[in-house]
Ligand binder design. Structure first.
Ligand code: SIN
Ligand code: FE2
Length: 215
């Protein structure tokens, strides 16, 4: 399937991407104010930065984290850390508004009692992209991944358990939430280069929150 499935915006729908993966359109919309305020407070303590991959490439997406673990990448590899290597302080605690939304979205998708300990905050400017990858640095693959899109729309790629599996494309707009776990917890996914545009709340950027249970 290669369709922009959620064409009718403003109308919340649950779109199954695969068994175990669901797109909840507009789910986070009514939480936009507390979510964006909470994200700003995290970024004040742990600023966005462009991480370097083990291969030496500077990522086009700027990232930061909150929670008891934060995701980092450098020449030595990918991992979760308790301390932000930039600030040398613990990552900011996960805001209540984040925990609350992640729990509700996971619940709606059929994953009860989701208790994330890490939230990676991704900032995409025009042209920024995330290559196809698996979220596999966590120790607990029983918990799902909850991904919240805010600001400019993006094209999300969702594939299978092998890198070469066919990927489907979904348009993720402001307020959309994708939850994947169970049989597709290790599905390959990515984001195509962000098209330029203007969002009334976020200007020419997209913010993505991904919640994980790392241990
Ligand atoms: C991610 O895979 O960590 C982010 C996905 C997204 O930005 O939608
Ligand atoms: Fe990911």
């Amino acid at each position: 399937m290669d369709l922009f499935d959620n064409i009718v915006e403003n109308e919340p729908r649950n779109v199954q991407l695969a068994p175990g993966a669901v797109l909840l359109t507009g789910f986070a919309r009514s939480f936009e104010t507390p979510l964006l305020a909470a994200a700003s407070s995290v970024v004040e303590c742990a600023p966005f930065r462009h991480l370097v991959t083990p291969g030496g490439h500077r990522m086009s997406v700027a990232m930061t984290s909150c929670g008891t673990a934060g995701w980092v990448s450098d020449r030595t590899g990918y991992r979760y850390t308790a301390i932000d290597p930039e600030t040398r302080q613990p990552w900011p605690p996960m805001p209540d508004a984040f925990v609350d939304l992640a729990l509700r979205a996971a619940d709606k998708a059929g994953y009860a009692n989701f208790r994330p300990d890490a939230c990676l905050i991704n900032r995409y400017g025009p042209g920024a992209k995330l290559s196809l990858h698996q979220d596999k640095d966590e120790l607990d693959f029983n918990a799902p991944i909850v991904s919240v899109s805010l600001g400019l729309p993006a094209t999300f790629l969702f594939g299978g358990l092998n890198r070469n599996d066919k990927t489907a494309r979904y348009r993720l707009a402001h307020g959309d939430v994708v939850v994947w776990g169970g049989p597709v917890r290790l599905a390959y996914h990515g984001v195509l280069p962000l098209a330029d545009g203007y969002h009334p709340l976020l200007g020419s950027q997209r913010i993505n929150l991904t919640f994980r249970k790392t241990r």
